[in-house]
Ligand binder design. Structure first.
Ligand SMILES: *[C@@H]1O[C@H](CO)[C@@H](O)[C@H](O)[C@H]1NC(C)=O
Ligand SMILES: *[C@@H]1O[C@H](CO)[C@@H](O)[C@H](O)[C@H]1NC(C)=O
Ligand SMILES: *[C@@H]1O[C@H](CO)[C@@H](O)[C@H](O)[C@H]1NC(C)=O
Ligand SMILES: *[C@@H]1O[C@H](CO)[C@@H](O)[C@H](O)[C@H]1NC(C)=O
Ligand SMILES: *[C@@H]1O[C@H](CO)[C@@H](O)[C@H](O)[C@H]1NC(C)=O
Ligand SMILES: *[C@@H]1O[C@H](CO)[C@@H](O)[C@H](O)[C@H]1NC(C)=O
Length: 659
């Protein structure tokens, strides 16, 4: 029987993979535990006087009683931030236009009124920040001549054309995800108020993003992105006729870089993907400063001791956190800040698809990292699940008290192409190990060994418990951490792939650690639990799993290096629980929520679950995907016109002037 891995190989198509990611060890402090005493008055945790006691005085930092815990602070701050943003909500077209001009420094695009009427007719929450990702994605393209963008979009063979409201696939090629995106756009075109601009859209139908343009080039591009506001009367208020201007016999082929491991020496050098990530990160960022660990990609696994997975695992809490807990989601998900991820995350260690492109062209896709330049659309899996089961979970959630007080996760070992020599670096393997009480107990045992090298090492050598106990785990060091983890973790692989011949479903080189494969799960099963983990798969399009978990009122613990269309409308610590990509904070998080001895914060967890459910039903609806897409298309259409700097919607200003 050929291994799963071999089958997976055969299934691989050539893929454009242009992403840049950077990780830096330097963001992890040497101070395992900051000395700061945080003065903060709990807002919605415990009653009575604000007697503030620093964690220094409170070694059992479970947040019980009146002691403050960093999560009390983070939860309160996040709630404030959400409330502050909601104050900018627009309830009229005029307000929406004002918010637009304030946040974007430009006029809204032509058709903005139709967009607003469509959005408001669905009852959408209209907060300009929700569309930030669109501007992040499109801004660099202002450097490229509109005629070039039009030709590239028209000539590429995979994509969608919109003309006079009619949506069709290029050359009738609806393979892969194209047909689902077609369906999404056709649905949009049929909505009341909607007037689709004429446009060509070039699609990335692969799982992984593909554009990863060097930082310097993007900076240059951004310098062209001037914010011009002409006098309103000089503004061109309707889109001129769209002409792709395709010269006879014009073809467009992006300049893909070759397969990663066989790429000949070039200016990039014999390349690991990390090389591309680094150059897409800002100068001076940890990823740029930290060296590239070439031996990580040695074909035979000849890795130095220092660069083994176990030794790259940080022993102190990440910087720019509050005592190790994430306070800024943008920073925490940006690989430029975490050079150790080059050896500890599958997307960098060995992505499945191995081609990349370092030159801008207008390509749309479903998931990307901050360093990628793909233009994000709502994911196809998400569209499919929301569209087919629009009310799937409504009224169906299981009462909080009846659920298991556990963290649940099931999934295959995707997220990178794992092999005999690299599986210890894979984030999914690490997660499953770290949530396996037996392995945690074995790691804990090493503290008693008297051998400093071994201290805290997991038996699989894929994670490490810092002896300094930076998260102040009440059970660590007493031989109770593993046991405690077993009481609340329900985490297992459903499938393991193998790059050697195997007669079982397991892999000979790691079967000792992942011996219990369990059946794939469904959302119905996940609903029986209070907590679910959301861990990166391939390429950032999780098929809608994250939004489904939110929609089902489950507390999502989420770690990722990717971005999605909804990121600007979700608040970490309000709607979900953010985790570091090493997962080193997972025990501290669970200690806060579940506790070690009836001292958890179940009410806070429940509040997150309920906020997630209610919020997702307001801002992650099928309609919200359409509203996002419609806004994106209008901006994109403006970008594609020669007169892009003159085009705008200024009706409200003209009416005012006319008064
Ligand atoms: C696409 O399919 C439609 C309907 O089947 C057909 O009328 C049209 O000619 C086809 N277009 C191309 C470019 O093949
Ligand atoms: C168009 O391109 C094809 C393929 O590159 C070439 O064979 C053909 O001669 C070209 N036609 C003209 C008229 O240039
Ligand atoms: C998070 O960090 C980013 C990048 O450093 C910064 O621009 C942003 O303002 C920060 N967000 C918050 C809420 O502090
Ligand atoms: C500690 O353990 C490591 C790994 O097994 C071994 O190489 C080393 O010799 C041990 N050191 C001592 C002092 O026993
Ligand atoms: C947990 O780890 C042990 C080895 O310590 C292994 O036998 C078991 O199969 C693992 N469980 C899961 C669910 O992977
Ligand atoms: C999404 O969930 C399904 C069902 O639980 C699972 O099979 C799949 O692997 C998940 N996808 C990702 C990317 O996590």
């Amino acid at each position: 029987m050929p291994s799963n891995r071999a089958l997976r190989f055969l299934g691989l198509t050539s893929v454009c993979f242009c992403i840049i990611i950077i990780v830096s060890v330097t963001l992890y402090g040497t101070d395992a535990f900051p000395q700061t005493v945080i003065l903060w008055t709990p807002k919605f945790s415990k009653p009575s006087g604000p007697e503030v006691i620093g964690l220094e005085d409170n070694p059992d930092a479970t947040g019980s009683g009146i002691h403050t815990h960093p999560l009390d602070q983070l939860l309160a701050e996040a709630k404030d931030s959400l409330e502050q943003n909601l104050r900018t909500q627009a309830f009229t077209l005029q307000e929406a236009a004002t918010q637009y001009r304030r946040r974007r420094g430009r006029y809204p695009p032509p058709g903005f009124d139709a967009w607003y009427h469509f959005a408001s007719s669905t009852g959408a929450v209209i907060v300009e920040k929700f569309w930030d990702q669109i501007y992040h994605d499109l801004e660099p393209f202002r450097e490229v001549a509109p005629s070039t963008l039009r030709q590239q979009a028209a000539a590429f063979h995979v994509g969608i054309s919109i003309r006079e409201g009619k949506v069709s696939a290029k050359g009738n090629n609806t393979a892969g995800k194209t047909s689902i995106w077609m369906h999404m756009l056709q649905t949009l075109a049929q909505q009341e108020h909607v007037q689709m601009p004429d446009i060509d859209i070039l699609l990335n139908v692969n799982d992984e993003p593909s554009l990863i343009v060097p930082w310097d080039d993007i900076e240059t591009a951004m310098s062209y992105a001037r914010k011009l506001k002409l006098p309103p009367q000089d503004v061109l208020r309707v889109f001129p006729e769209y002409k792709d201007g395709l010269p006879f016999n014009y073809t467009f082929q992006p300049e893909w870089l070759g397969p990663r491991l066989t790429h000949p020496a070039s200016i990039m050098g014999p390349r690991p993907y990390w090389e591309l990530v680094r150059s897409a990160c800002p100068p001076g960022s940890p990823a740029r400063v930290a060296p590239k660990f070439i031996d990580i990609w040695h074909p035979k696994g000849h890795t130095s001791e220092a660069h083994q997975a176990i030794n790259m695992f940080p022993l102190s809490t990440p910087k720019d956190t509050i005592q190790g807990y994430i306070k800024n989601w943008t920073t925490a998900t940006d690989p430029c800040n975490f050079p150790h991820l080059q050896g500890l995350h599958g997307a960098f260690v060995r992505p499945e698809a191995m081609s990349a492109c370092v030159k801008l062209f207008p390509q749309f896709g479903a998931g990307k990292m901050g360093v990628n330049n793909d233009i994000l659309l709502p994911g196809t899996g998400e569209w499919k699940s929301t569209n087919h089961n629009p009310h799937e979970m409504e009224g169906e959630t299981i009462a909080w008290e009846q659920r298991q007080n556990k963290l649940f996760w099931r999934g295959p070992d995707t997220g990178g192409h794992s092999t005999k020599i690299n599986w210890q670096r894979m984030h999914r393997h690490r997660f499953v190990s770290m949530l396996n009480g037996s392995q945690v107990a074995l790691a804990e045992k090493t503290f008693a060994s008297g051998n400093k090298t071994l201290e805290g090492q997991s038996p699989a050598r894929n994670f490490r418990l810092p002896i300094s106990n930076p998260y102040r785990l009440a059970t660590q060091g007493k031989g109770r951490l593993g046991k405690w983890v077993k009481t609340w973790a329900d985490v297992a692989f459903t499938e393991i792939s193998c790059d050697v011949w195997s007669t079982s479903k397991l892999c000979p080189y790691n079967a000792a650690y992942f011996g219990s494969l369990l059946a794939p799960t469904s959302i119905e099963e996940q609903r029986q639990y209070k907590y679910a983990a959301i861990i990166d798969g391939n390429g950032g399009d999780d098929g809608g799993n994250f939004t489904q978990v939110l929609n089902n009122g489950i507390v999502a613990l989420r770690a990722t290096v990717f971005r999605n269309w909804y990121d600007s409308r979700l608040w970490p610590w309000v709607h979900f629980v953010p985790m570091d990509n090493t997962f080193m904070d997972v025990y501290g998080i669970m200690q806060y929520f579940i506790g070690t001895d009836h001292d958890g914060h179940d009410a806070e967890a429940r509040r997150i679950a309920e906020s997630a459910r209610d919020w997702s039903r307001r801002v992650l609806r099928k309609e919200d995907m359409l509203i996002y897409t419609y806004r994106l298309l209008l901006e994109y259409a403006r970008m594609m016109h020669d007169e892009r700097e003159r085009l705008g919607w200024v009706e409200d200003l003209l009416a005012e002037n006319g008064k």
